[in-house]
Design a protein around this ligand. Sequence first.
Ligand SMILES: Nc1nc2c(ncn2[C@@H]2O[C@H](COP(=O)(O)OP(=O)(O)OP(=O)(O)O)[C@@H](O)[C@H]2O)c(=O)[nH]1
Ligand SMILES: [Mg+2]
Length: 205
Amino acid sequence: MFETRPDRDAEVVLLGRSNVGKSTLMRELTGHTFNTGQRPGVTRSPNHYDWTSEDFVLTDLPGFGFMKGVPEDVREDIKTDVVRYVESNAEKILVGILVVDGKSVIDIIDRHSGEDEIPHDVEMFHFLQDVGVSPVVAVNKMDKVDDEDDRLNDLAERLGMYPPWKQWQDTIAPISAKRGNIAALNEAVREHLHEANRDDLFKFF
Ligand SMILES: Nc1nc2c(ncn2[C@@H]2O[C@H](COP(=O)(O)OP(=O)(O)OP(=O)(O)O)[C@@H](O)[C@H]2O)c(=O)[nH]1
Ligand SMILES: [Mg+2]
């Protein structure tokens, strides 16, 4: 378990597979540079970013799923830690931003869908809902995707939401963190903060 969490009453977390761009997005949201693009799986503990005198923390959780050069048991441990972190702080976590790579997410989900297998991204999406954390899927690297609407409709369907994806703009947010294009995500997060009566946190998104 991670023991580094600052004592704050409200939190938003970023989670997702390794190399999808969580730390890049974290940089866009905070203006602070975190290690990005390093060897996948090097980050084993959360990056917390909190603001002095603000009762709010933004947390970039370690990536889970396949990582080149990282043994399976270590990968499993990381995922267990991420799940436990979210579970034990669920009351304070207002939004869980599940970051996926728009270029590869459908292929990865389909490759791992089977009778006794649930893809990590699909599992995490439902897990967030189960523990009462509002999920927002940040579909990153859209600068590399040509058929944007088709891709997003496919993703909505894989996550159990009827296409067209545009009905779900509070849950599906196409972005390009690297290009600083994250307006759709900010908008989606704000909707959930508003529902939680936390308009005071709009300044962070
Ligand atoms: N084309 C493109 N590349 C991106 C985008 N966002 C991030 N990347 C690249 O994706 C790679 C991984 O980014 P990171 O931010 O380190 O990914 P991460 O999810 O934090 O990875 P882990 O810490 O291993 O879990 C880097 O080479 C980034 O430059 C994007 O919007 N578009
Ligand atoms: Mg990272």
